[in-house]
Design a protein. Structure first.
Length: 111
């Protein structure tokens, strides 16, 4: 059997949580050994900044990425967006939303 989940009122994260809860419940049914979730979207947070502004502060992109990695489990995404002022990050750990990332005090080069 195949079941599809959609929603107009939930975020992708909320929908994924709902699907994972349904998956866990289905797995408790006798004679069910495996439930695959197909098509779930991974969450991505994009960090955008002006390369001119960070250069004026004496900071480079790698320093920002290393600082974020030290405060959270962050790895660079598998792709690079076109344009010099956009860096894609794959984020997991304490950053659960753009607001939680925005609240970080970025400390680079002891500043």
């Amino acid at each position: 059997n195949i079941y599809a989940f959609t929603s107009d009122g939930l975020s992708q994260r909320q929908l994924r949580d709902l699907v994972e809860d349904a998956r866990a419940k289905v797995l408790t049914v006798d004679n069910i050994g495996k439930v695959d979730v197909i098509g779930a979207q991974d969450e991505t947070i994009y960090l955008e900044f002006s390369t001119r502004q960070i250069a004026a502060l004496g900071i480079d992109q790698q320093s920002i990425i290393k600082t974020l990695q030290s405060q959270n489990a962050v790895t660079q995404s598998r792709f690079v967006n076109a344009g010099p002022e956009r860096v894609a990050l794959r984020v997991s750990g304490q950053f659960t939303s753009a607001d939680s990332l925005r609240a970080i005090n970025l400390r680079v080069n002891n500043r």
